[in-house]
Design a protein around this ligand. Structure first.
Ligand code: B12
Length: 212
């Protein structure tokens, strides 16, 4: 089994200590940081998702996997940084009200930071009002919203409405993402874009700020 496969397996098993050791070994061996993230850490989470869906894994086990993933991310994050391409545009990011999922959001944040964005991460369960206040305070070029539940997808619409009502819609571009979303939904709720993953988000955000 390759070291990256071993890392994926350790994430899947929720083995924090193993994830830390293997991630560090891969970093020391000069493995590309993005490969560690995609082919190791996220590959482990990709085993978890269908098993959770099929009722073969339960919430505590999923949490252990998520925490293990986070431990590995902490180690690899400094090596993802390519600050020389820094443009330092501000990106306000949050998981919308009612939704506590943050693994994907954190990954997006990490990649945006590695691409030179100044990211203001509002965390999870973020109300429409908190998004509005953050836009006033940080004056971002882009606002990103994440939702993983079909029930919280519609909260994105409420949040966009609140941003419009506050007279701030023209000042920001809004990107949305999360597993249940799709491009037509983003269009329907009046977002400026949908991204399937963190890499696509970094590319779209970079394209947006290059036109400002
Ligand atoms: C891990 C997980 C959890 C963990 C969350 C831990 C954490 N800290 O995030 C825990 C156990 C807490 C959890 C709880 C629940 N969960 Co859950 N969870 C998952 C699971 C297995 C994986 C999600 C994940 O992290 N994926 C990996 C990441 C990397 O992918 P991602 O989030 O999609 O992110 C990528 C892209 O979408 C994109 N992206 C993400 N955010 C953004 C933002 C922007 C701006 C952009 C541009 C792009 C972008 O980039 C990311 C990286 O490439 C999914 C199953 C699945 N297939 O998605 C269920 C799932 C989302 N959960 C589900 C459910 C039902 C729940 C609970 C209601 C369960 C319960 N009965 O309590 C609770 C809800 C809690 C709440 N209020 O939020 C359902 C949702 C069903 C639905 N249709 O709504 C799913 C689909 C499982 C299922 N099939 O039943 N869950």
């Amino acid at each position: 089994m390759s070291e990256l496969n071993k890392l994926a397996e350790a994430v899947f098993r929720g083995d924090f200590a193993g994830v830390k050791v293997i991630t560090q070994q891969l970093i020391d061996a000069g493995t590309a940081p993005l490969a560690i993230v995609n082919d190791g850490l996220l590959a482990g989470m990709a085993i978890v998702a269908p098993k959770f869906k099929a009722g073969e894994m339960f919430i505590p086990e999923v949490m252990m996997s998520a925490r293990s993933l986070a431990e590995g991310m902490k180690l690899v994050k400094p090596f993802l940084s390519d600050a020389e391409s820094a443009n330092m545009a501000t990106f306000v990011m949050g998981t919308v009200k009612g939704d506590l999922h943050d693994i994907g959001k954190n990954l997006v944040v990490m990649l945006l930071e590695s691409g030179g964005f100044n990211v203001v991460d509002l965390g999870v369960d973020v109300s429409a009002e908190a998004f509005v206040e953050a836009i006033k305070e940080h004056k971002p070029a882009i606002v990103g919203m994440c939702a993983l539940l079909t029930t919280t997808m519609m909260v994105m619409q409420d949040t966009i409405n609140a941003i419009k009502k506050a007279g701030l819609r023209e000042q920001v571009k809004i990107l949305v993402g999360g597993a249940p979303l799709y491009p037509e939904f983003a269009e329907k709720i009046g977002a400026d874009g949908y991204c399937v993953d963190a890499v696509a988000c970094k590319e779209m955000a970079t394209a947006i700020v290059s036109k400002l």
